[in-house]
Design a protein around this ligand. Structure first.
Ligand SMILES: *[C@@H]1O[C@H](CO)[C@@H](O)[C@H](O)[C@H]1NC(C)=O
Ligand SMILES: *[C@@H]1O[C@H](CO)[C@@H](O)[C@H](O)[C@H]1NC(C)=O
Ligand SMILES: *[C@@H]1O[C@H](CO)[C@@H](O)[C@H](O)[C@H]1NC(C)=O
Ligand SMILES: *[C@@H]1O[C@H](CO)[C@@H](O)[C@H](O)[C@H]1NC(C)=O
Ligand SMILES: *[C@@H]1O[C@H](CO)[C@@H](O)[C@H](O)[C@H]1NC(C)=O
Length: 332
């Protein structure tokens, strides 16, 4: 807990603001900058001293389980940005437009023309909800790394947050996240996300193959620490063809994401780094998803849904005004 407080103090420290946006017009008196630097270095020293006394829950867990995720390949390329890798399964869950309309807040128009432009054959009267079941690995900025964590949630892409009938945003109202990881839990709560501290299986990987089935079949599950509050479980196997092109996945995974709509998260997933390309690969998978998670009012199960199993590097720009993304079309 002490190290978490120190981490937050470090991440929010004014000296980082000077490092990241050294605007020429902003004249900082040398003595004040010196004061900030000294206080920053003191907190940093205290943080390192404290970590030898107060271990993270995650570090205790990683004593018994070791992730199979490969290292963050872009940390050195973007040392002053938050970067990391996301390994896991991204699944398209077609739900009726009627159900979508009833659970998505009415002020956000659904941009049906935007997803039909990308997948003209998307089933009539249906909307693509998305499950992301992921393991965040080697998340870092300024050479400072936080412990890995897991998360899962249902997201709603192609929403018109700004009322321009053009720019697509993704609503991610609820998330199950690794219990005990105060930084990640708080980071999501600050967006207004309904966060459920949860226990994941496997605990420090994106999925795990099932011994009884063929080698390509893998599961992933999460249960909230508060019994019965939320859960996600998935079972997927590799398959040859998918009705959805890779460009569709690239498009919605790179839409700015919001929860309460006060700020937006610009998560840029890169599909061309070494963790995604050969000998690693993007696998097409088909399988089933069972969830108990708001805004769905009761348990939902979907069978025979398609997705991708992959690892990608990412750059994340947090807590930005959503207005900054008017006309933004993401990355391909
Ligand atoms: C993604 O996670 C799976 C399951 O742990 C692992 O087998 C695979 O090697 C990981 N991929 C990368 C690129 O790290
Ligand atoms: C890295 O962070 C800076 C400062 O926040 C931001 O302006 C820049 O766009 C980020 N880089 C990328 C590739 O997102
Ligand atoms: C994502 O899809 C939208 C809507 O179809 C399109 O306008 C935009 O250009 C696409 N973005 C990329 C990077 O392809
Ligand atoms: C939004 O844009 C689409 C595609 O250009 C158009 O068909 C639709 O009528 C527009 N809706 C509104 C409310 O302007
Ligand atoms: C990966 O794609 C980005 C644009 O999305 C580009 O800037 C970068 O050069 C590409 N890297 C490689 C290794 O192709």
């Amino acid at each position: 807990m002490l190290s978490t407080c120190l981490d937050l103090a470090l991440l929010c420290h004014p000296v980082l603001a000077f490092v990241t946006m050294s605007r020429p017009k902003m004249q900082v008196p040398g003595s004040r900058l010196q004061y900030f630097l000294v206080s920053f270095l003191s907190i940093l020293a205290l943080r390192y001293a404290s970590s030898t006394y107060f271990a993270y829950p995650n570090e205790i867990i990683s004593g018994v389980c070791q992730t199979h995720d490969q290292p963050n390949p872009i940390a050195a390329l973007f040392p002053n940005n938050a970067t990391g890798t996301l390994n896991g399964t991204v699944v398209i869950i077609p739900i009726s437009l009627e159900l979508a309309r009833s659970i998505i807040p009415s002020q956000y128009r659904i941009l049906e023309h935007a997803y039909r432009d990308l997948v003209p054959s998307f089933p009539e009267g249906m909307y693509p909800a998305v499950l992301q079941a992921l393991h965040d690995h080697e998340v870092q900025a300024f050479g400072y790394k936080i412990p890995d964590f897991s998360r899962a949630g249902i997201e709603f892409p192609f929403l018109d947050l700004l009322g321009d009938n053009t720019t697509s945003f993704k609503w991610a109202p609820s998330l199950l996240m690794s219990a005990g990881h105060e930084i990640a839990l708080k980071g999501a709560m600050d967006y207004g996300t309904n966060v459920f501290a949860s226990v994941f299986d496997p605990p420090c990987d994106a999925y795990q193959s099932t011994p009884s089935k063929d080698a390509s079949t893998a599961y992933y599950s999460a249960k909230s620490s508060e019994v019965g509050a939320a859960s996600v479980s998935t079972l997927f196997s590799s398959t040859q063809d998918s009705p959805f092109p890779l460009s569709f996945f690239k498009n919605f995974t790179n839409q700015p994401t919001f929860a309460d709509g006060k700020t937006c998260d610009n998560m840029i997933r890169l599909y061309n780094t070494s963790v995604t390309t050969s000998p690693n690969q993007i696998e097409t998978v088909r399988g089933s998803v069972k969830v108990n998670i708001p805004p769905f009012s009761d348990e939902q199960e979907w069978k025979g849904v398609y997705g991708l199993r992959m690892d990608t590097a990412f750059i994340e720009n947090n807590y930005l005004p959503c207005e900054d993304f008017r006309g933004y079309s993401g990355r391909d």
